[in-house]
Design a protein around this ligand. Structure first.
Ligand SMILES: Nc1ncnc2c1ncn2[C@@H]1O[C@H](COP(=O)(O)OP(=O)(O)OP(=O)(O)O)[C@@H](O)[C@H]1O
Ligand SMILES: CC(C)(CO)[C@@H](O)C(=O)[O-]
Ligand code: BAL
Length: 281
């Protein structure tokens, strides 16, 4: 595995793959890798000849009171995991390569970014869209893979790729979960053992609401029940909502829908989402 921190070296490595007619997949991450990230890497290996993974903790997507400074950084173990998984290239741009002095450009994807995490974390999706556009232009992959765990992020990126004609095939990968259902996340390490036990209420509340809605219950009643369950477990809720799966706007009867939630357990903000079964329609 080549570990690169310099843009010219990256371009040279990717050009060499292309000269051999190979297809390149990119898995963008912020590091502190877990089995969720490794599922993206496995899917990338199946989808392309060469796999590049980026690790960059992007300051532009964190708000002033968020956890940028304490976000887990695990360069050595991340690198060993990726090497074992057969990754070809690890791209770790220093912040001055990503945002050199004088950097002034922002990418903003309106509509799909506006609500939910976009409202709870102002500027977050501009930061994500900007850094992902830059990563795409740096690596120039054929395919890029993102987890469904960050559902709104995946839709923001799809919109950006379509709108800017980037011509990159965006693949979503199913959310990987712990045995009890909690979605894997780098931020789970912030949870105390007691908070970790209570956090299982998040996937359970979503699952129960999904079953109720799919069985014909009033969605508002199902969402209210989910909020009650989460509050009783000690969560402070940012949102629990039934949305249009692609636009993140209001759900429509004839389009795929998604249940999405974000809630704080102590100092840890967790997100999760599931598709709504269409069996009653
Ligand atoms: N449990 C998971 N299942 C599938 N994909 C995941 C999972 N967790 C993260 N990913 C995906 O991995 C990629 C990199 O995510 P990131 O490095 O932010 O990890 P994370 O665990 O989501 O961290 P965070 O705690 O910051 O949300 C994203 O595309 C994200 O959706
Ligand atoms: C896509 C991403 C790597 C951009 O910084 C980040 O938002 C993440 O890890 O999901
Ligand atoms: N997993 C998305 C990155 C973030 O929360 O900032």
């Amino acid at each position: 595995m080549q570990t690169l921190r310099d843009l010219d070296a990256l371009r040279e490595a990717v050009s060499a793959y292309r000269a051999g007619g190979e297809r390149v997949a990119l898995v963008p991450t912020m590091g502190a890798l877990h089995a969720g990230h490794m599922a993206l890497v496995e899917a990338a290996r199946r989808a392309a000849d060469r796999v590049a993974v980026s690790i960059f903790v992007n300051p532009r997507q964190f708000g002033p009171n968020e956890d940028f400074a304490r976000y887990p950084r695990k360069e050595q173990t991340d690198s060993a995991m990726l090497k074992r998984a057969g990754v070809d290239l690890l791209w770790m741009p220093p912040v001055e390569v990503m945002y050199p002095e004088g950097y002034a450009t922002n990418i903003s994807v309106s509509g799909v970014s506006d609500r939910w995490d976009g409202a709870a974390r102002p500027g977050h999706f501009d930061g994500v869209a900007t850094v992902v556009a830059k990563l795409f232009n740096q690596v120039r992959p054929d395919i890029a893979l993102f987890g469904e765990k960050d559902w709104q992020q995946l839709q923001v990126i799809r919109r950006m790729v379509t709108d800017l004609n980037l011509g990159i095939d965006i693949q979503g990968v199913l959310t990987q979960r712990e045995d009890d259902g909690l979605a894997l996340s780098s931020r789970n390490v912030y949870l105390s053992p007691e908070e970790r036990t209570r956090a299982v209420a998040l996937p359970r509340a979503l699952g129960a609401a999904e079953r109720a809605i799919a069985d014909g219950a009033d969605p508002e009643a199902a969402l209210a029940q989910a909020r009650e369950t989460l509050t009783a477990a000690g969560f402070e809720i940012d949102y629990v909502a039934l949305v249009d799966a692609a636009t993140l706007g209001d759900p429509a009867e004839d389009r795929p829908r998604r249940l999405i939630a974000a809630a704080r357990m102590g100092a840890t903000r967790l997100i999760d989402n599931i598709p709504v079964d269409e069996r009653i329609r």
